[in-house]
Design a binder for this molecule. Structure first.
Ligand SMILES: *Cc1c(COP(=O)(O)O)cnc(C)c1O
Length: 444
């Protein structure tokens, strides 16, 4: 459904920012709906749900240790200081921002090499546990190493799992489902990279390719999977379990910041910049961080100028009922993890009360930042994952600080590096080379 020009004009009159979004200009939008903590009790989830999700991860630690020894039983990533990168970018943008820059390296997450390891693996483990308990195969007190046994694999073989994906969610769901023994099918959208399909097929996953975009892949996958009474569809457009899996990151991050003696309080605010597709991973993490740090944390989402799905959903108030294509925006971006035209219903309903704002970024900018990240910190990420890095420079120059009365000297900025761990070296070199060429051209 593309809106008629007259309807688009009416929206634009009401919302002046919309014109710049449709023109594909990078924008910074501040969320006026952001509420203080008093709204929390009405949320569909609570801190207790996050704690229970963390306990599920604990129960599965022996399984993870057995099936994926490289995890040591825990799927977590390091936080590190990005001091060289910060100096470089202060220079590059000719403006030094206050505070320190840290990088949350989800590109190093084991098994899936992206933030999808948090939500995707959590949802599949949750489903596997429910099936095994219902069948009387296990109780929550038992040692979950048994999930790696042939007996369990034979049991799960009768059940199927489906997922629609632009790539990374498919990798995470596909790899963990196949390891447990499920029959798993990944419905891939047109943006999905060839190497991701090849890798999944090698792991025994069925890959169905679609000419359409992410929403179409989800739609087809949902229909097909639900035809089977023993089928389970991981629905990125509306999943509470994905959301909870992501939210656990907040309690882990709290502990890491404590260990590094990084204080977060009224005079030491935390700013977090999260690349956003359907809004599930940034939404879950924002929800968790708000539970942990309350008003002292400020979360910003980042979307490509060609795929501002959550931005348009929130700005118009139409949420998942409207897509970027409705406004004539093409949803074509090299940031394949963010190539989403329509926001998640579940996640966006929560985020709208909590997030501070959204900014958009051009693809060329992502490649340049990706190259600068490697040059200064020796970290390789995929284009989607570079989106959070420019957050401090974007947000510090907006009206946000004035509106919120924030002391800037002590800010801890965290750019969430959301993926890139499994990208083949040749592909990564191409990303890097492209970034370097763009930077050089700019200097001429
Ligand atoms: C999926 C993904 C995101 C965004 O997560 P959503 O839940 O879709 O908002 C960000 N970065 C990467 C690398 C991803 O794969």
């Amino acid at each position: 459904m593309v809106l008629k020009q007259k309807e688009i004009d009416t929206w634009q009159e009401k919302l002046p920012l919309l014109k710049r979004i449709i023109d594909l200009d990078p924008v910074v939008w501040l969320n006026d709906d952001r509420r203080k903590m008093s709204v929390m009790p009405t949320m569909p989830l609570k801190m207790q749900d996050i704690k229970e999700a963390e306990q599920l991860w604990h129960r599965f630690a022996p399984f993870l240790m057995k099936a994926f020894p490289e995890t040591n039983g825990v799927i977590e990533s390091p936080v590190q200081k990005g001091q060289n990168l910060k100096s470089e970018l202060d220079n590059y943008f000719s403006s030094a921002v206050d505070g320190e820059l840290y990088l949350k390296c989800d590109n190093e997450l084991p098994i899936a090499g992206s933030i999808k390891a948090r939500g995707g693996i959590y949802e599949v483990l949750h489903h596997a546990e429910s099936l095994a308990i219902d069948a009387g195969l296990i109780t929550k007190q038992d040692n979950y190493e048994r999930f790696a046994s042939n007996r369990f694999k034979a049991f799960f073989k009768n059940y199927s799992i489906g997922v629609g994906s632009t790539g990374n969610l498919g990798l995470s769901i596909g790899i963990i489902s196949a390891a447990l023994g499920f029959s798993v099918t990944v419905y891939m959208s047109r943006d999905a990279k060839q190497w991701k399909k090849d890798l999944l097929r090698k792991k025994g996953v069925t890959v169905q390719e679609f000419a359409g975009d992410f929403s179409e892949a989800i739609y087809a996958g949902r229909l097909k999977t639900n035809e089977n009474p023993k089928g389970y569809f991981v629905d990125d457009e509306d999943s509470k379990h994905l959301f909870l899996g992501y939210s656990v990151a907040a309690i882990r991050l709290q502990k890491q910041l404590e260990e590094q003696k990084i204080q977060i309080d009224e005079n030491h605010p935390l700013f977090v910049y999260l690349p956003c597709g359907v809004g599930g991973s940034p939404g879950g993490i924002t929800f968790g961080l708000k539970q942990v740090f309350g008003d002292h944390v400020h979360c910003f989402f980042v979307e490509p100028t060609h795929s501002p799905s959550v931005l348009i959903g929130l700005l118009t108030g139409e949420m998942e009922r409207i897509s970027v294509q409705d406004f004539g925006i093409d949803n074509h971006t090299e940031a394949d993890g963010l190539a989403v035209g329509r926001p998640s219903r579940f996640a966006t309903g929560i985020s709208k009360h909590l997030l501070s704002g959204i900014y958009t970024v051009r693809d060329e900018q992502l490649f340049k930042i990706l190259a600068l990240l490697y040059d200064n910190e020796k970290i390789y990420v995929e284009p989607s994952a570079a989106a959070g890095i420019i957050g401090p420079w974007n947000v510090m120059h907006s009206n946000y600080l004035k509106q919120s009365n924030i002391h800037t000297e002590n800010i801890t900025h965290i750019a969430w590096l959301t993926g890139g761990g499994l990208v083949p070296e040749a592909e990564m070199k191409q990303f890097y080379g492209k970034g370097k060429r763009l930077i050089k051209k700019e200097g001429e």
